[in-house]
Design a protein around this ligand. Structure first.
Ligand code: CA
Length: 579
């Protein structure tokens, strides 16, 4: 039921937009995603419902004819779903796979074309980052059939599905560890273990020595490597037997139709041995591609740019771009004024240089927050929306496969203990809303800063509307995700970041972002020429203001070669006449 209500809100928004903003007939399907047949019959209902004043926002009119460029590659916009907390389909308070299926309209309407689901394998924890069985679905989340349904429904919409693959460690309840543990418990004191009697001994790192990062195997005089937690024994990823298991796991899920894998904790794979980690990542990516040539991998390496660059030498497609993320990352430091706006471009250039030199085919994986980080709405207490909006646009205007953590599109709050970072998706204020999850055990009670999805759907100035528009622009101009970055120093300063996305196949873009509250005015004539190596004479004619993104009600203008950018707004130019 609720899906239809949301769709009605979308149609209502569209109807009002057409009244207030559109002077000519236009198609509305791309603006709203409201082409779904369930919606049209409800238009009379929409007209009669209560409505707040609707703001005129230039971008919703100016960008209305933009259409998605269909691309079948790894340059995606991916939605990260913490499965436990997203959408509950059966009333037990726990998010599940059928719940996700029921929200695919919502996800597709926002423009996402890939999903990363946190682990779905059986596990006794709510987060499931400790796997009991790599070949099954946790019953709390659903069945294998549900997972297959999710894959099919996503693929029918052109949405790819990435499985979270936790290979650094298993659960101590995993049958592999249980077998090894049982063997060691029965081993007579003083005897040497024999892997020919129990092959699973080789699956983990057992030792008679106590050392840092090792936990005691209670009831024996043995220890085992467990870097994160005693109930998460580290796998021995140097073992050929373990690698054989991993090949089988990849083949099983790729056979189901999974499109790729998000790899947990890759810097821990083989502890304190970066070269061995690169070798293991190379094994892993090659194993995946030998089964399915376009199998995609993105790795979690929570570390600095140079270490990430070293890991790219493995040939892995993507590694999360941690230096740009979080409350103390590059984006946050720029948007809060610690760094200059122009440093955004410098940071992208440094990443591009470092990563491309290690792997020319790398696909950057920018993100702003994830399930291990405090949510971005808590970063700027005084912000009423524009700062959070621009920070996310900075992430979504980076090249590669850009990831957004569920709930960030409505500015959900959540910080402190991990459970708070994984709060229930805030669908509505209705206490009887059947989709709402209960949230992780031990989560604190705290109020949200911004309204629910249901409320933001009706607001042209909401974070949700902003996300939809930013992603739509990203999906319209392939160079945003696929081009290479060139700085435009003549337009960049403390407040404004300007850069070209060079993309010979899809067309170059000039992107100008005002990352401050004050209006910025830029003389564009000739401004691009220095960076572009082109005579200034043709520049002005070559620039077409192709898309605008406003966080407020003031328009962006481009007249007689002068660009006026209100605070926290973005202009996207095509450079049609410039090669
Ligand atoms: Ca459920």
């Amino acid at each position: 039921m609720k899906i239809i209500n949301r769709a009605v809100n979308v149609i209502l928004l569209c109807t009002i937009l057409c009244i207030t903003g559109c002077s000519q007939s236009q198609k509305t399907d791309q603006t709203t995603g409201g082409e779904k047949p369930a919606v049209s019959s409800d238009s009379s209902n929409a007209a009669g419902s209560e409505e707040p004043a609707v703001s005129y926002v230039q971008m919703l009119d100016y960008n209305k004819d933009l259409t998605r460029a269909q691309k079948d590659d790894n340059y995606r916009t991916t939605y990260e779903i913490f499965v436990y907390s997203f959408c509950d389909s059966d009333g037990d308070g726990i998010g599940d796979l059928q719940g996700i299926v029921s929200e695919l309209d919502y996800i597709e309407d926002l423009g996402f074309d890939a999903l990363w689901l946190t682990p779905v394998h059986p596990s006794s924890t709510y987060h499931k980052y400790d796997v009991d069985d790599y070949y099954a679905i946790d019953p709390a989340f659903g069945t294998m059939e549900d997972y297959e349904t999710l894959l099919k429904e996503c693929h029918d919409r052109g949405i790819r599905v990435y499985m979270d693959l936790v290979l650094n460690h298993t659960s101590d309840d995993n049958a592999w560890f249980a077998a090894a543990s049982e063997y060691l418990h029965k081993l007579p004191s003083g005897s040497e273990p024999d892997t020919s009697d129990c092959k699973y001994l080789d699956y983990y790192n057992f030792s008679r020595e106590s050392s840092d990062g090792y936990a005691p195997l209670l009831g024996t005089d043995w220890y085992y490597e467990a870097r994160f937690w005693s109930e998460m024994p580290d796998l021995n990823l140097s073992s050929e037997a373990v690698r054989g298991e991993i090949r089988d796991i990849l083949a099983f899920w790729l056979g189901k139709g999974v499109d790729g894998f998000r790899l947990d904790a890759v810097t821990y794979y083989i502890y304190a041995d970066p070269d061995a980690n690169v070798e293991f990542l190379r094994f892993l990516t090659e194993a995946g591609r030998s089964i399915r040539p376009d199998c995609y991998f993105v790795g979690e390496a929570w570390t600095d740019r140079n270490t990430i660059a070293q890991l790219y030498a493995s040939g892995i497609d993507s590694l999360f771009d941690f230096p740009f993320s979080g409350n103390e990352g590059f984006i946050a430091n720029i948007i809060n004024g610690t760094y200059k706006a122009s440093d955004y471009v410098k940071g992208m250039l440094l990443a591009q240089e470092a990563y491309s030199s290690a792997n020319p085919d790398y696909v950057d994986a920018p993100f702003y927050t994830n399930h291990d980080m405090g949510r971005s709405a808590g970063y700027y207490a005084a912000d009423e929306g524009p700062v959070t909006k621009m920070a996310y646009a900075m992430s979504l205007f980076m090249t590669g496969n850009s990831f957004v953590y569920y709930g960030e599109e409505i500015g959900m709050k959540g910080a402190g203990k991990d459970e708070n970072k994984r709060a229930p998706m805030y669908w509505s204020d209705d206490p009887d809303d059947p989709d709402m999850c209960a949230g992780p055990p031990d989560m604190d009670e705290f109020p949200m800063k911004f309204p629910s999805v249901a409320e933001q759907m009706k607001d042209n100035l909401s974070l949700l509307t902003w996300f939809r528009e930013v992603i739509r622009v990203r999906n319209t101009f392939p160079a945003i995700a696929r081009g290479t970055t060139e700085g435009v120093d003549s337009l960049s300063d403390d407040n404004v970041a300007a850069f070209i996305r060079r993309d010979p196949e899809n067309g170059d873009l000039l992107i100008v972002m005002n990352l401050r509250a004050d209006t910025a005015v830029k003389e564009m004539t000739g401004a691009v020429s220095a960076a572009d190596g082109v005579d200034s004479a043709g520049i002005d004619r070559g620039l077409t203001l192709a898309a605008v993104l406003n966080t407020g009600e003031e328009d962006i203008t481009y007249e007689q070669g002068v660009l006026t950018l209100p605070g926290y707004s973005i202009a996207v130019f095509t450079l049609d006449n410039i090669q």
